[in-house]
Design a protein around this ligand. Structure first.
Ligand SMILES: *Cc1c(COP(=O)(O)O)cnc(C)c1O
Length: 380
């Protein structure tokens, strides 16, 4: 049976937060709200959401298909799943997923009637490995695979495309935290494997609550649109399993203002990462750090050789006034609501989740503060 570490460190208040949301100022949002006053449209894929979708598709350099706005990353996942398969079919209710992820990955597939089966992740990519999944017994009962791009780390979309074509099992990628990684990597998207992003306040690209589905298939996006619009599209007929997952024009306004300033925000993420990189190298912990470029810039991760060391580091950071976080807890199989679901060995998940500690990344963090954090870690 899984056990939490007996004693988790407790912060000494007040702490430098592990992350601080940074969204557009009201003055930058106002021009869009004024357009809304003119439009008198407040939701239902109105002009501002449409503008956002078009601009985001251009941002990601998409030649076909595009971007569908959604009310959250979870709504994007649910919409993509419902468009791929509808509610889980009897006999194919198993959904393979990683335990090393945020709760919403599993909650979203649960909302579509699937029963999760946790599969351990690869120790290099921290994600599901399509080769491992191909070799699993009972694939006939598997109706869905949800692949988390952990901390936004880019998955091999082409490998998942082959997987879905060879096995006939639909795949959706939960890249909720991947906006900046996907922007920089100029990744190719896919006709068959949709990617879900989140624009939650704590993500790199943020509008409070929001999300998007990306696919190179315009047809598939229409299915998604219907699935997050009560099953309606074109005609007022409920034609599929559905939810209400539309982005409001208010959130689209914030997202448009966020997109207007994205370049400067991305530069600030790089600046924090560069500071960690150079200071970490000087202090001799450079090879433990995972930073913007490989992962989303809202995270700075420090990899420890054992869970005990990571906990000592967390305690030492608290003692110096810095918060830190095990962002994915100790795996979803350790969460009470998910503990009863099937899983194989969770060796890598258990080691990774205890060893990867999220460090503060707020954009106003001073180089001095970063140096202090690195020194505390080096002292462990
Ligand atoms: C943030 C996140 C989600 C959920 O996105 P919401 O917009 O909060 O619904 C899902 N999966 C992962 C991996 C996330 O980081």
């Amino acid at each position: 049976m899984f056990e939490f570490p007996a004693k988790l460190p407790v912060p000494k208040a007040p702490c430098v937060p592990v992350m601080q949301a940074d969204l557009p100022l009201s003055s930058a949002i106002l021009p869009y709200l004024e357009q809304m006053d003119q439009n008198r449209v407040y939701s239902n894929f109105g002009p501002l959401s449409q503008q956002l979708e078009t601009r985001l598709a251009a941002h990601f350099g998409m030649q076909s298909g595009g971007v569908l706005s959604a009310s959250s990353g979870s709504a994007a996942l649910v919409g993509a799943i419902l468009a791929l398969t509808g509610q889980a079919a009897p006999g194919r209710q198993t959904a393979l997923c990683a335990s090393y992820s945020f709760a919403a990955s599993v909650s979203s597939l649960r909302a579509c009637g699937y029963i999760p089966q946790f599969v351990d992740v690869d120790s290099d990519s921290w994600a599901l490995d399509p080769q491992v999944l191909r070799a699993l017994p009972d694939l006939a009962q598997v109706g869905l695979v949800v692949v988390t791009a952990p901390y936004g780390r880019a998955p091999d979309i082409a490998a998942w495309e082959s997987f879905t074509q060879d096995t006939g099992i639909p795949v959706v990628i939960d890249a909720a935290a991947g906006f900046d990684v996907f922007t920089e990597a100029r990744l190719g998207f896919s006709d068959h494997v949709p990617v879900a992003l989140s624009f939650h306040a704590t993500k790199a690209f943020a509008c409070g609550e929001g999300g998007a589905i990306l696919s190179t298939s315009a047809d598939f996006l229409t299915h998604c649109r219907r699935a997050i619009n009560h099953g309606f599209w074109g005609v007022r007929r409920v034609t599929c399993d559905n939810t209400n997952g539309k982005m409001s024009e208010y959130h689209a306004s914030v997202a448009l203002a966020e997109l207007d300033r994205w370049e400067s925000k991305a530069i600030r993420f790089s600046a924090v990462a560069d500071c960690y990189r150079s200071t970490g190298a000087e202090i001799g912990i450079g090879d433990q750090l995972w930073l913007s470029g490989d992962i989303s810039g809202v995270y700075a991760l420090c990899q420890f050789e054992s869970g005990d060391r990571a906990l000592w580091a967390q305690k030492a950071l608290y003692d110096h006034g810095f918060d830190s976080r095990f962002w994915y807890g100790f795996g979803l199989h350790a969460e009470p609501a998910f503990a009863g679901f099937d899983r194989g060995s969770m060796t890598v998940t258990n080691t990774l989740s205890r060893g990867l500690l999220g460090l503060p990344t707020s954009q106003c963090l001073s180089p001095d503060a970063i140096a202090q954090i690195c020194k505390v870690i080096a002292s462990i």
